[in-house]
Design a protein around this ligand. Structure first.
Ligand code: NAD
Length: 430
């Protein structure tokens, strides 16, 4: 529900620039638009976002990251995060700033507020991040645009050169349903389908709180290739080529992308499906990217395989919400549950900038932050619970309530410190 109120503005200003219709801008200069913002969920997205809630979430993340300070001299000073506004990319940016004290540049594709529509959560998250980083004396530069496009890449190069030059850590954390390739001008769409087999399994209808069966037909060759075009390593390599050519990777620079493997119950739809094929391509690209970086005197490219968490991207994948609800219960009982920010803190403090100069990797040169998720005891319990779970016992056998909390929290809702009945100006909230 959105309720609008128009009050005369007493002072004009604030950190967020509004890009909107001129008459709205004029009105905004004269009046404060304030409204009560409630969640409006459509399938696996929420079409409203609460700015005060997003700020409260960012404060929590910054607080967690500041408790995990990086002391190493190797810690990064200038960090570029591509896909920086939500999920793993946002948490990486928060860790870079508040654990390592780095200046950051964030690239993302988010909707600003317009008329009676709130901005997307990632837009508010980024404004909140910039506010907190600036207050902490750190530089935070944003580029809101399509990271696959030449224009966006050029904008990053321009702003990087204006604001301090080369990066010593680059994080590639895009999750996108489509990509327009600037080379051939075509738009490719990713899909979530099995390859070579029909997939039948349990899934969770999160709206109806129902465990039901889902059947998904296999992808054709075109769909497999298109998904790889969107979520494989091609664009990561293009970013690397550009940053190297422009002298924007410092000596020793690390270059990181994220992947997922997950449990056997999800393999047919995830790891052995279209998205898994794209992730394999991404993982294989790391070797070629490292070669290029070495030639230029930079460090290494790594893929970090992360744990399953609730993000806008993961809630769209069939079966994953059910698996994640079970996983949360099991890992919470074992005391090993982590969200994005705990994962990226561990990535920075244990894996990238810990005591050892060597980054610990598996036999395929991947960092394994999913180690606790993949522990035999956790996976044994998943295999045991999976056949038992149904609509009637959903709340007993899984942490579905926590899943729902995390989902709402992605959009700034459900934070204990926020008064959700208070009016807020969605265009100028901070
Ligand atoms: P997310 O949806 O929370 O974030 C995606 C980010 O990409 C956002 O910042 C969004 O603005 C940005 N983005 C999307 N399209 C863009 C475009 N065209 N131009 C610029 N920015 C764009 O996703 P996430 O779940 O954090 O996923 C990030 C990475 O982490 C992915 O590679 C994903 O596979 C991986 N990962 C996720 C999980 C999980 O459980 N969510 C687990 C392991 C690995």
């Amino acid at each position: 529900m959105i309720r609008w109120n128009l009050k005369e503005r007493t002072s004009v200003g604030g950190a967020m620039a509004l890009r909107t219709l001129p008459w709205v801008t004029n009105l905004r200069q004269k009046y404060v638009f304030s409204m009560i913002i409630k969640p409006r969920i459509k399938g696996f997205v929420c079409i409203t976002a609460h700015p005060t809630g997003c700020l409260a979430n960012l404060k929590d993340q910054a607080e967690i990251a500041s408790r995990s300070k990086i002391e190493s001299e190797r810690k990064p000073k200038r960090v570029l995060v591509i896909g920086a506004s939500t999920g793993y990319g946002l948490a990486s940016r928060v860790s870079a700033a508040f654990s390592a004290g780095a200046d950051t540049m964030g690239v993302y594709f988010e909707r600003p507020p317009k008329g009676e529509k709130t901005a997307s959560a990632g837009f508010y998250n980024s404004a909140a991040f910039c506010k907190l980083a600036t207050e902490a004396g750190l530089s935070a530069v944003d580029v809101n645009g399509d990271a696959f496009s030449t224009e966006c890449k050029e904008e990053v190069v321009k702003k990087a050169k204006e604001t301090g030059g080369p990066f010593d850590l680059v994080v590639y954390s895009l999750a996108s349903p489509r990509r327009t390739d600037p080379v051939d001008g075509q738009t490719y769409r990713a899909c979530l389908k099995p390859i070579g087999v029909i997939y039948k399994n349990k899934t969770l209808d999160t709206d109806r709180k129902e465990v039901k069966e889902v059947t998904i037909d296999p992808a054709n060759e075109q769909e497999v290739a298109d998904t790889q075009k969107v979520m494989g390593g091609e664009d990561w390599e293009a970013w690397t080529d550009l940053l190297l050519a422009e002298g924007l990777m410092a000596p020793g620079c690390l270059n990181l992308a994220y992947s997922y493997i997950g449990p056997e119950v999800t393999w047919p739809i995830y790891r052995n499906g279209t998205i898994g094929r794209a992730k394999e391509h991404l993982e294989n690209s790391a070797a070629a990217i490292t070669e290029k970086m070495k030639l230029a005197g930079c460090g290494n490219a790594y893929v970090s395989v992360n744990k399953a968490v609730v993000t806008q991207a993961s809630s769209a994948i069939p079966v994953v919400p059910l698996y994640v609800s079970m996983l949360f219960k099991i890992m919470s009982e074992l005391g090993t549950h982590e969200g994005c920010i705990e994962q990226t803190c561990r990535l920075f403090s244990d894996r990238l900038y810990g005591d050892s100069d060597e980054v610990a990797v598996d036999e395929k040169n991947r960092i394994r932050l999913d180690d606790w998720e993949m522990e035999p005891e956790v996976q044994r319990r998943i295999v045991e619970l999976w056949p038992q779970v149904c609509t009637e016992n959903l709340l007993d056998l899984t942490s579905f309530a926590k899943y729902q909390e995390d989902f709402l929290s992605l959009f700034g809702f459900g934070h204990s410190s926020v008064d959700y009945d208070a009016e807020v100006d969605p265009g100028n909230p901070f």
